[in-house]
Ligand binder design. Structure first.
Ligand code: SF4
Ligand code: SF4
Length: 87
């Protein structure tokens, strides 16, 4: 009788989904370059960013929610954001 190999162990099976916890991106904003256009704040899908009390610069308010989608750093007109993907 042939050996039965569970589907999860066959060669072409995708690896089992492992839930990820914690941040996946580290966001740095350089306030001296930020002109306060709100683009990053309005379009971050995770609400990681907000305007500061003066409403002049973006700031990171929920770093733990960043998914490293890179929307903010690719759309900032002043290159004031750097997102580093975490392993
Ligand atoms: S990389 Fe994506 S999730 Fe992270 S702060 Fe930027 S827009 Fe938000
Ligand atoms: S997109 Fe850039 S310039 Fe605009 S608020 Fe965000 S960091 Fe500042």
């Amino acid at each position: 009788m042939p050996e039965v190999v569970p589907q999860s162990e066959t060669k072409n099976s995708p690896p089992p989904a492992v839930p990820r916890k914690g941040p996946r991106g580290e966001v740095t904003i350089y306030p001296t370059w930020c002109k306060g256009c709100h683009i990053c704040v309005e379009f971050c899908p995770q609400q990681v960013l907000a305007m500061d009390a003066s409403n002049e610069h973006a700031t990171v308010v929920h770093p733990e929610k960043c998914t490293a989608c890179h929307f903010c750093d690719t759309h900032c007109p002043d290159l004031a954001i750097v997102v580093r993907k975490l392993e």
